[in-house]
Design a protein around this ligand. Sequence first.
Ligand code: SF4
Ligand code: SF4
Length: 143
Amino acid sequence: MEHKPWYANGLRFECTRCGNCCRNHGEYTFVSLSEVELRQIPAFLGVSRDEFLARYCELEAGFHPTLKMDAPACPFLGADQSCAIYPVRPKQCRTWPFWTENLREATWRGPVKECCPGIDQGKLHSAEEIERTARENDAWYSA
Ligand code: SF4
Ligand code: SF4
């Protein structure tokens, strides 16, 4: 018999635009950048890749570069909670909160909900949509 996930009937999520997921808060602090993003974001900002890496990124051998989140927020989070690079924002920002690591029930109902007031609000997302989004995020950063 097919095993149904705990979210088989879907999950509600609608962003309230509080900006919390763009701030430094422990384990959800890392925003990884793929090769595509390392081309698109500097081009959008009109800076070189090297300048972008030096000003806005943390580098660690063997891992994707990540955005500096120690300001205490993402450097692109505006005072009005908007994203200054919204058209080219990283895949992670587009796919939150439907990441594979967030889809354990205890994680979803615990730290993810604590971080994100949009959890359990608004639109119902189907299990199929949730898993497609999680797979898309995983594939993006493993390419
Ligand atoms: S924490 Fe949740 S509700 Fe707040 S901006 Fe991020 S996704 Fe939207
Ligand atoms: S890039 Fe934009 S959406 Fe992503 S963490 Fe920074 S401000 Fe938030």
